[in-house]
Design a binder for this molecule. Sequence first.
Ligand SMILES: NC(=O)C1=CN([C@@H]2O[C@H](COP(=O)(O)OP(=O)(O)OC[C@H]3O[C@@H](n4cnc5c(N)ncnc54)[C@H](OP(=O)(O)O)[C@@H]3O)[C@@H](O)[C@H]2O)C=CC1
Ligand SMILES: C[C@H]1O[C@H](OP(=O)(O)OP(=O)(O)OC[C@H]2O[C@@H](n3cnc4c(=O)[nH]c(N)nc43)[C@H](O)[C@@H]2O)[C@@H](O)[C@@H](O)C1=O
Length: 321
Amino acid sequence: MKDKLNKRIYVAGHRGLVGSAIVRALRKRDNTNIVTRTHAELELTDQQQVRNFFASEQIDEVYLAAARVGGIHANNTYPAEFIHDNLMVQSNVIHEAWRAGVKKLLFLGSSCIYPRLAEQPIREEYLMSGALEPTNEPYAIAKIAGIKMCESYNRQYGTDYRSVMPTNLYGPGDNYHPENSHVIPALIRRFHEAKLSSANKVVIWGTGTPRREFLYVDDMADACVHVMGLDRSVYESHTTPMLSHINVGTGEDVTIKEVAEIIRKVVGFGGDIEFDASKPDGTPRKLMNTAKLTSLGWRPGMRLGEGIKETYACFQAEYKA
Ligand SMILES: NC(=O)C1=CN([C@@H]2O[C@H](COP(=O)(O)OP(=O)(O)OC[C@H]3O[C@@H](n4cnc5c(N)ncnc54)[C@H](OP(=O)(O)O)[C@@H]3O)[C@@H](O)[C@H]2O)C=CC1
Ligand SMILES: C[C@H]1O[C@H](OP(=O)(O)OP(=O)(O)OC[C@H]2O[C@@H](n3cnc4c(=O)[nH]c(N)nc43)[C@H](O)[C@@H]2O)[C@@H](O)[C@@H](O)C1=O
């Protein structure tokens, strides 16, 4: 078996918010044998391309951070693309990794796999105990299928394919698309542009009352590397063959109104905030119970206010109107 630092690690989605942070985290730990392909170089919805990739590269471990991802509006507008692309990407990468003999893989799901009105904080056991949030059900179904695919390959073929369920994420390298992004990058851009144009108000979608938990992406990447570094016996002591996923979060949530206020202050916008209740709120709350990951020795580091300041500084460096 190759020693830890010589393992060839494929990071699928390495240019994305999470994938780029995972590459940073691996490099920080002196992992230099990192294999990547851009979307243009490798279309992960195409099984033959994925099969050819794994046949040509001797991959030891996979971080599956490639997916069709977006905020509430994107999920609600492109449900067919979200379920199709995510089912295809994850099925191809998981199946072809197994076919090529890859022993270890980390699948990234999402907190949206849980029922819309799950008891809070949400425990891993609450999976499939109730109706999902309609605005992202197709994406959630794909993610649940990804967890179950990893579990099924582990049970039948003896693979060590693990699953982590991130809460809402933000940080450097996020998607700032005005409509399709998540709330933090969307509001950073909107407040920034309002400041530049001396607008007198910024409109926030929904009522501002939903609660969300926000984890800084470098903390998420650190959790991914931590989970992948656990001995199999340790990982399996905190999971079961048919309940194998682990929640990743901060254990604290805020209202959308509160996070909008934090962003307004960080950006330095002096105008007013208004709420457009004609836009969907989505799940009222999705705070993760992270007791399993805590007992596995991991805790987040970045506080929300500090994380938004860091993110805004990176945004300003990249921003083009
Ligand atoms: N961001 C968040 O708040 C959360 C994210 N997650 C999960 O974390 C993972 C990473 O998400 P995130 O980093 O935010 O997403 P991003 O959209 O930032 O990154 C996704 C990456 O995957 C690539 N990709 C997408 N589709 C394909 C494809 N068909 N073939 C090849 N490459 C593809 C994208 O390339 P390109 O852009 O060039 O198409 C991009 O580099 C996902 O599994 C997501 O579901 C879970 C919870 C919250
Ligand atoms: C990570 C998670 O992300 C999505 O679920 P979500 O948490 O609802 O995502 P969101 O960040 O888009 O919205 C959070 C809240 O914020 C409010 N909101 C206000 N103003 C804006 C705004 O301008 N943009 C956006 N996007 N939201 C806004 C919005 O109305 C909602 O109440 C799914 O991808 C889901 O599948 C998933 O995995």
